[in-house]
Design a protein around this ligand. Structure first.
Ligand code: BGC
Length: 372
């Protein structure tokens, strides 16, 4: 098999790392350089059905194209078999680098092995790819911190830290097949569990994980809004009868929050009177509008443009045989290897700071959000 020039660059980095005996100390330059216009980057995104992945795919592709790369971008309709066959096609087409946001982080091992056999480096985008030694890098926001921000928000805004409570809470988890969901839950739980243990947060439905690793039983498969809506409806119908008040819902992201908010609205709750505090993540437009309408308390904004910019830079550094910048001490263990990782910092968005965050940051125009 002919050795790909990019593989040669990649090997040069690995060899020099091995010689230096220090994985975290990366070489600043290597000799091999590929002209970006001769390199194709395969980008595999989970679905077009969620706002954020459309933004991710479009921005990353635009960024890479602007740097001179060719790209092929595919969305897998949230179906693992579709994602695998799309990846197989990209490998057959001899792409030079793969950037993958997996649907199910646990099942891509065999297809990543095919990429590895053809010396195609793989960058995991936003979500980790587990149980494979074929993963070169990972770029994401600090997922545990996303959960911590949601938990902290609940603690501070209910006044739990000032001794207030007890409050009624309903807890939701993300998609059980998404490794990020475990991190989000662990982060939130690290902040909330002490108050659950102290009886200051009480869940009338009893849907409370016994431990941080037991969260999958409250997970919503595929991050599906309508599944979250019907789960919330069931809990409201069964456990919030008479005067039982719902104070707070831990929702790990915006797609779930949207379904939860619909169920709560349909049940006759009113913003500004008995509407519970609801968390989220992504600053999707519908949710940002709901924040302004008093239907969602906060969202954790992970600027997809920054993630795309960083992913493109990492691809470029790889292709050019340069040092790939990572966040020291933040490797993620994927079950087979410790994956060098670049982590970005998420931002809390509330009604009070919408303007100074997503509007001034150019994510939405004031007009799009109905602001003057
Ligand atoms: C992402 C979140 C997103 C969720 C659903 C997670 O892996 O990190 O930003 O809300 O998937 O798409």
């Amino acid at each position: 098999m002919q050795t790909k020039p990019l593989f040669a660059a990649f090997m040069a980095i690995l060899i020099s790392l091995a010689l230096s005996g220090c994985v975290s100390q990366r070489p600043t330059q290597t000799a091999a350089t590929i002209d970006p216009s001769n390199a194709t980057v395969g980008v595999s995104m989970p679905t077009k059905s969620l706002e954020r992945w459309n933004r991710d795919g479009a921005h990353l592709s635009e960024k890479l194209t602007g740097m001179g790369y060719k790209t092929t971008v595919q969305y897998a309709d949230n179906k693992t078999d579709v994602q695998i066959s799309q990846l197989q096609n990209m490998i057959t087409q001899n792409v030079d680098v793969l950037v993958i946001a997996p649907i199910d982080g646990t099942v891509l091992g065999p297809v990543i092995a095919q990429a590895k056999a053809k010396h195609i480096p793989v960058l995991a985008y936003d979500r980790l790819i587990e149980n494979t030694d074929g993963l070169s890098y990972y770029v994401s926001f600090d997922n545990f911190h996303v959960g911590e921000l949601q938990g902290e928000y609940i603690v501070e805004n209910l006044g739990l830290d000032k001794g207030k409570g007890p409050f009624n809470i309903e807890i939701f988890g993300g998609s059980p097949d998404d490794p990020n969901a475990a991190q989000f839950f662990a982060g939130a739980w690290s902040k909330l569990q002490p108050y659950v243990a102290a009886g200051k947060l009480v869940s009338p439905s009893g849907k409370v994980p016994a431990s941080p690793t037991d969260w999958k039983k409250i997970g919503i498969l595929g991050w599906d809004s309508s599944k979250a809506q019907s789960e919330m409806q069931t809990r409201l119908n069964s456990f919030y009868i008479g005067s039982t008040k719902l104070d707070v819902v831990l929702s790990p992201n915006d797609s779930l929050a949207l379904g939860i908010e619909q169920a709560i609205g349909a049940r006759g709750f009113k913003p500004g009177s008995n509407w519970p505090l609801i968390t989220g993540q992504d600053a999707d437009k519908a949710n940002t509008l709901n924040i302004l309408a008093g239907k969602q308390a906060m969202t954790v904004w992970k600027d997809t443009r920054l993630l795309g910019d960083r992913a493109a830079l990492m691809v470029d550094q790889l292709v050019k045989g340069q040092t790939v910048e990572i966040t020291p001490g933040k490797e993620y263990d994927n079950g087979k290897v410790k994956v060098p990782t670049f982590l970005l910092t998420p931002t809390v968005v509330t009604a009070d700071n919408v303007r100074s965050t997503v509007v001034e940051g150019g994510f939405y125009s004031a007009a799009e959000l109905g602001l003057k």
